[in-house]
Design a protein around this ligand. Structure first.
Ligand SMILES: *Cc1c(COP(=O)(O)O)cnc(C)c1O
Length: 220
């Protein structure tokens, strides 16, 4: 068994354990395998072990990496988990199955126009900057209500919220906060938790965990 297949099995066990502790069904938690800057052999090992949902943080890099692989594995689902520039909206809409990083009205404009043009309605998450960090993407919590209303008005299919907690704060507080926001606005999906803290995220209600290094090893 490859290292990646073994890691995948271990992560599956941890997901089961955390789900059980939270009184939740493990099937309600989707593992998004973050394949950014990972070599192809590791990605193929994950595919061969049955993993089908992957996350990438850059549009162009994702297309380069996945375009051909997708022909062999047509049931793959690709999530965009990195910041999106409006001038890449067209490619993002044509290539990704889920966009997790909607965080401003201009991006809603660009994405909704593209989806209309391409006849698609891609599920989206709103990224919330729960730590209100200057350098981090995401809408500030106090701007969420307005952005959600705007996205709805534009016909976007917003399914949930996503966050990346500040590195030096307890992630659990941010996960709980994101859950509160999702409940307040009637959103059922929560993308939160990475390699170091996905078990905490599951306890707090994550429906999508984004795991890179714990699955694939260190990035290039
Ligand atoms: C890279 C990345 C991850 C994965 O991080 P790991 O610590 O390697 O699991 C998750 N989410 C986002 C948004 C990322 O950019």
């Amino acid at each position: 068994m490859s290292d990646v297949a073994k890691n995948l099995e271990d992560i599956g066990k941890s997901i089961n354990k955390a789900a059980k502790a939270a009184g939740r069904a493990a099937q309600d938690i989707t593992l998004v395998a973050v394949s950014k800057r990972q070599p192809m052999d590791r990605i193929l090992a994950a595919l061969n072990a049955g993993q089908r949902v992957f996350g990438e943080n850059k549009v162009q890099e994702a297309i380069t990496r996945w375009q051909d692989v997708r022909t062999d594995f047509p049931d793959i689902k690709l999530h965009l988990i990195g910041p999106l520039q409006t001038n890449k909206a067209k490619e993002a809409v044509s290539f990704f199955d889920v966009i997790e990083t909607v965080d401003r009205e201009k991006l809603v404009d660009a994405l909704s126009a593209e989806m209309q043009k391409q006849g698609k309605s891609i599920p989206c998450f709103i990224q919330v900057n729960t730590g209100e960090e200057e350098q981090k993407a995401g809408v500030a919590p106090q701007g969420l209500e307005k952005l959600l209303a705007y996205a709805k008005e534009k016909g976007m299919n917003v399914v949930g919220l996503m966050c990346i907690p500040p590195v030096n704060e307890p992630a659990g507080l941010h996960f709980a906060f994101l859950k509160t926001l999702a409940d307040r606005y009637g959103l059922s999906q929560l993308s939160m938790g990475m390699s170091a803290d996905y078990d905490k995220a599951i306890l707090a209600g994550a429906t999508h965990i984004r795991v890179g290094s714990a699955l694939f090893g260190a990035r290039e």
